[in-house]
Write a protein that binds this ligand. Structure first.
Ligand code: PLP
Length: 393
């Protein structure tokens, strides 16, 4: 009865089942996997969402690509990051996830392929499948910092490749795509009519000074048809508001017909509410305060993590240049899943690397937006497992 777009096996994995049981019993669990900024103690002003009640939103005038004033506000936000983009080349969506779906509809027919980085965000497999596209991976390699294995991109390109996804900074590796990498990837994609989709939702969150300035931004790539994705969910810590965007760039001969087709797709759903479009400019401005709270938190937690891990010789913190997560490499004494389950028994929840398709074990991913004292306590519990000088009870 049901389509194969949705997986047949919907059973929860061992770790999720255990976590559910621990929570149902009310046992304390330090959550180092939290990615919801509204749950971790940031100070959101009480009236932050007042612009959603603007009376201009009482009138409905459907605009498939979004109201021009909201698109101009997004263009100004790119300007804040040093990128000039015409508001007419911006498309509003309800979220970045929806932006992906819109772009897969634009670029891929059933069975066409999208190249995604590995390791990366696990939602890509699911998002492509829902739109009948297939995923092929290319590799990110770690050698003191992460970089794109360009040879693996070349190997992954096939006759049905329609798009290549870049995530910058990537979740969970924290690596920005450099200018040089963007140029090399563009040189491979442009002659083959492969579009570039660059997920830049974490672009504001730089951990290592200078990395964001050195990043290649898709909106400046003029050889290949390129789509840069962003949204209030991460840039202003407001996932519940539901506003994302796509900035379209590249040769006019491709960008103009892409805009016409995007208009048709967006007109079919008209999913972005009028109140959020009316409020967009105010929310983008007010979001700066939340963004700086998040930035201060992730930097402080990352520094604390660097010194905690430095004291445990068997563990290594992989370099993270930006984003909300950090990756620990730990001894492979058992499977990542068994380790994560054992850590839950010790009152701390982390994400095992295989969730993000790390090519081998053992990696643990932790969220840097966790409240600082919980973060320190949780990391301490994780590291105790590997510290030979600690006698476990
Ligand atoms: C890399 C990346 N892209 C997109 C999203 C989803 O963003 P949105 O809430 O705008 O759909 C996430 C959420 O964690 C993410 O990590």
């Amino acid at each position: 009865m049901f389509s194969s777009r949705v997986p047949h096996d919907l059973a929860a994995n061992r770790l999720s089942t255990l976590v559910k049981a621990v929570r149902a019993e009310g046992r304390p669990l330090i959550d180092l996997t939290v990615t919801n900024p509204t749950h971790v103690g940031f100070q959101y002003p009480d009236d932050l969402l007042a612009p959603l009640a603007d009376a201009r939103a009482l009138r409905y005038d459907p605009e498939p690509l979004g109201r021009i004033d909201a698109r101009e506000a997004v263009a100004r936000d790119y300007e804040r990051q040093g990128i000039r983009i015409d508001a007419n080349r911006i498309v509003l969506t309800a979220s970045t996830s929806e932006a992906y779906s819109t772009l897969f509809k634009l670029l891929a027919a059933a069975g066409d392929e999208v190249l995604v980085p590995r390791p990366s965000y696990p939602l890509f497999e699911h998002l492509t499948r829902l739109d009948l596209a297939s995923v092929r991976t290319y590799d990110l390699e770690y050698h003191g910092c992460w970089s794109i294995d360009i040879a693996s991109v070349e190997r992954a390109i096939a006759s049905r490749t329609r798009a290549l996804l870049l995530v910058s900074p990537n979740n969970p590796t924290g690596s920005f795509v450099t200018r040089e990498e963007l140029l090399r990837v563009t040189a491979l994609c442009a002659p083959r009519n492969i579009a570039i989709i660059a997920d830049e939702v974490f672009a504001d969150y730089e951990l290592e000074p200078g990395r964001a300035a050195d990043a290649g931004r898709a909106a400046t790539a003029n050889r290949a048809l390129s789509f840069s994705l962003g949204g209030l969910s991460k840039s202003a810590g407001l996932p519940q508001v539901k506003l994302g965007w796509i900035a379209v760039s590249g040769p006019d001969a491709l960008a103009a017909p892409a805009m016409e087709r995007l208009e048709l797709i967006c007109d079919t759903y008209l999913s972005v509410s009028t109140p959020v479009q009316v409020a967009a400019a105010a929310l983008l401005t007010a979001g700066a305060d939340i963004r700086s709270q998040i930035l201060a938190r992730i930097r402080a937690n990352y520094r604390a993590l660097q010194s905690a891990v430095a004291a445990v010789s068997s563990c290594r913190l992989l370099r993270s240049d930006g984003g909300w997560s950090a990756v620990l490499q730990v001894p492979s004494l058992e499977s990542e899943e068994d380790l994560a389950i054992r850590l839950v028994g010790d009152g701390v929840l982390v994400q095992p690397g295989y969730f993000f398709d790390f090519p081998r074990e053992s990696f643990l991913v932790v969220s840097l937006i966790t409240p600082p004292s919980e973060f320190a306590n949780g990391i301490d519990r994780v590291l105790r497992h590997f510290d030979c000088s600690t006698v476990l009870p």
